[in-house]
Design a protein around this ligand. Structure first.
Ligand SMILES: [Zn+2]
Length: 142
């Protein structure tokens, strides 16, 4: 459940989404917030101005957290985001060790607003050449 405090921070994320739109980028914005409500970092989508398909605000914040915060601090943050993280960002959020995301618009609701914005899954073939790849990977992780 979201709280009035959550809603105040979500409004900041939505304001960042509006800023992205005003700057010519897709309308998405996100914040990373400490347990006491301090905004640690804020980003908006810059996929067009940066010509970078990965320049989603959630991904930029997760990378920032992994680089700038220790694991215990990262785990206590909350990401507030104008739209539910896409699959790419969700994976990076998990990799960064973040533990809570609060979003305004769900991915399903986004698809209602912008039909056709979903991407089909990419076919993957494998596993293959197991002995060869195992020789490179085994022993690395202890
Ligand atoms: Zn994303």
């Amino acid at each position: 459940m979201t709280t009035p405090d959550d809603h105040a921070l979500l409004r900041q994320a939505i304001a960042l989404a509006a800023k992205a739109r005003e700057g010519g980028d897709p309308p998405f914005g996100s914040l990373l917030v400490a347990p006491d409500g301090t905004v640690l970092a804020a980003e908006h989508n810059t996929t067009l101005t940066d010509q970078d398909i990965t320049a989603h605000p959630e991904l930029k914040l997760a990378r920032w957290a992994a680089r700038e915060l220790d694991a215990a601090t990262a785990a206590r943050t909350t990401m507030y985001t104008s739209c539910q993280p896409c699959g790419m960002c969700e994976a990076v959020i998990q990799q960064a060790g973040l533990r809570r995301v609060v979003f305004a618009l769900s991915n399903e609701q986004l698809l209602d607003i912008r039909p056709g914005s979903g991407r089909p899954p990419v076919p993957q073939d494998g596993p293959a050449l197991l002995d060869e790849v195992r020789a490179v990977v085994e022993g690395y992780y202890r």
